[in-house]
Design a protein around this ligand. Structure first.
Ligand SMILES: *Cc1c(COP(=O)(O)O)cnc(C)c1O
Length: 472
């Protein structure tokens, strides 16, 4: 620590001293262990005071170097209490997974490597681990042999990559090289999406110049699944987007029939399987994804169902060339190799070595472990739904995967109940609208969730509803 305060040292001298100061890293480890040890006992959502205390960070950029011990202390004192305790067992918001200990530990180590997997020559080890993950994922999820994987920050980017590969491939078939000519004057592509598509799909379409308002939207059933009988005719200029896991209900589109038709017509099919694609890794649940292997590209997150640390998403593409053609670039200093150059598969050049945590997550669980984890999340969601039903709540979806949609009957009561649940800190759920009704949305997405966590959360639901009921 004293080095930081040495008068007259240059900043490089100071940093060099820190790079050998193991105490600094021991301190970080102590804080992290303190955090992890207490995460299950604290409010799931930070208290108001903890959030207000964050104002200590709102200061001007310091003129001079700061003591890194003081920075760590500040982060732990003010930052840790203001985190959302999503690595405990009672966070059910959005679709946010927990974190597998072995993967987190692997990340600690590999953060110290600070590798850049853009090119093989920049990091042989990460290139090899990307290759291994690609192979493991293809096998685990039941995708066609030879499918390529790109390691990106999340499903938003993965979907963007799948759709750009599809867009460019379809236009290439029409004799139009979009990467050089751009979209102006290009032949039209018809985009077909289900009414329940995730908002990131629309975002990707708008970025790609395909327009989020000029789509053919296919109506969905009461579970949010595309109705196959409402599908338009496909042709070789159709970009079709299906999903595995509706972000609210967790439902899966009926792939087999649709994908067969699309394939026959020469359309490109992308499946947004951010959290649901993992159903394919379970013998009991893979009936949900049956037929999705006929698609052309897929997006999936490791940081959701698999419980890998953030940020960890994957684009998968049956046609390796199509993905590379859409994303590669050149420059006189770039050294491509015979081995895997990761940047050929992603929009970014430099990026984190996130395949290491993916490798560690998959290896820590093994094939049977991934399957068991997915089934456990489903089983816990079903238990949650049963308990809530017994307590008089209404469950609005078939709990086919890990999502549960809850209503208190009356719309106002549902909204107020959700507000009180969020206030208690006992557990945390988000809200949404489902079939024009406000709902409380539960996602069981962490291996940390126990049956006791669910019982305790159901009690919190009941108390919140009682309190909300007294106001009506
Ligand atoms: C979470 C989610 C996304 C977005 O994924 P990110 O990893 O947050 O970018 C896309 N589609 C579905 C269905 C999702 O659940």
């Amino acid at each position: 620590m004293p080095q930081a305060k040495m008068e007259g040292s240059s900043v490089s001298e100071i940093l060099r001293a820190h790079s050998k100061d193991w105490g600094l890293f021991e301190r970080a480890k102590d804080y992290a262990l303190d955090y992890m040890g207490r995460v299950s006992d604290r409010p799931v959502y930070p208290a108001k005071e903890a959030i207000e205390a964050l104002r200590v960070f709102k200061e001007k950029l310091p003129d001079n170097p700061s003591d890194p011990y003081e920075l760590l202390e500040k982060l732990h004192r003010f930052g840790s209490p203001a985190t959302v305790a999503q690595t405990g067992g009672r966070y059910f918001g959005f679709v946010n997974g927990g974190v597998i200990p072995g993967a987190l530990a692997a990340r600690w180590l590999t953060d110290s490597w600070d590798q850049n997997p853009a090119l093989y020559v920049m990091s042989p080890v990460v290139s090899v681990l990307e290759e291994v993950c690609e192979e493991w994922l293809v096998e685990l999820l039941g995708l066609p042999g030879g499918t390529a994987a790109g390691f990106v920050g999340g499903s938003s980017t993965a979907t963007l990559c799948g759709l750009v590969a599809g867009r460019n491939f379809l236009l290439q078939q029409e004799g139009w090289d979009v990467s050089s000519k751009g979209l102006f004057g290009a032949p039209e592509i018809r985009v077909v999406v289900g009414g329940g598509a995730h908002s990131t799909v629309y975002k990707a379409l708008s970025i790609l110049g395909l327009g989020k308002d000029r789509l053919h939207r296919v109506p969905t059933d009461e579970q949010g699944r595309i109705k196959p009988e409402e599908m338009p005719e496909f042709d070789h200029a159709t970009l079709l987007i299906l999903q595995a896991g509706n972000v609210n209900s967790g439902s899966f589109d009926p792939y087999s029939e649709i994908c067969h038709k699309a394939k026959k017509a020469g359309a490109w099919t992308h499946v947004d399987g951010a959290f649901g694609l993992w159903a394919g890794a379970s013998d009991k649940l893979k009936y949900l994804t049956r037929g999705m292997e006929l698609a052309d590209s897929w997006s999936v997150d490791a940081h959701k169902t698999l419980n890998a640390p953030y940020d960890n998403g994957i684009v998968l593409c049956r046609n390796r060339e199509a993905l590379i053609n859409a994303l590669h670039m050149s420059g006189s200093y770039i050294i491509y190799s015979e081995s895997r150059d990761g940047m050929l598969y992603t929009p970014d050049m430099s990026r984190r070595a996130r395949a290491v945590e993916l490798w560690a997550s998959l290896a820590a669980l093994g094939r049977s472990g991934v399957s068991e984890l997915v089934e456990d999340l489903h089983g816990k969601a079903a238990y949650f739904a049963d308990k809530l039903r017994q307590a008089g709540f209404e469950i609005l979806n078939d709990v086919c995967f890990n999502q549960v949609l809850v209503s208190c009957g009356d719309q106002g009561l549902t909204k107020r109940t959700l507000g009180y649940i969020q206030e208690t800190g006992e557990c945390w759920c988000g809200g949404a609208e489902w079939n024009q009704r406000p709902i409380i949305r539960i996602s069981v997405c962490s291996y940390r969730t126990t049956f006791q966590d669910i019982d305790r959360s159901v009690d919190a639901f009941v108390r919140a509803r009682d309190r909300a009921g007294m106001e009506s």
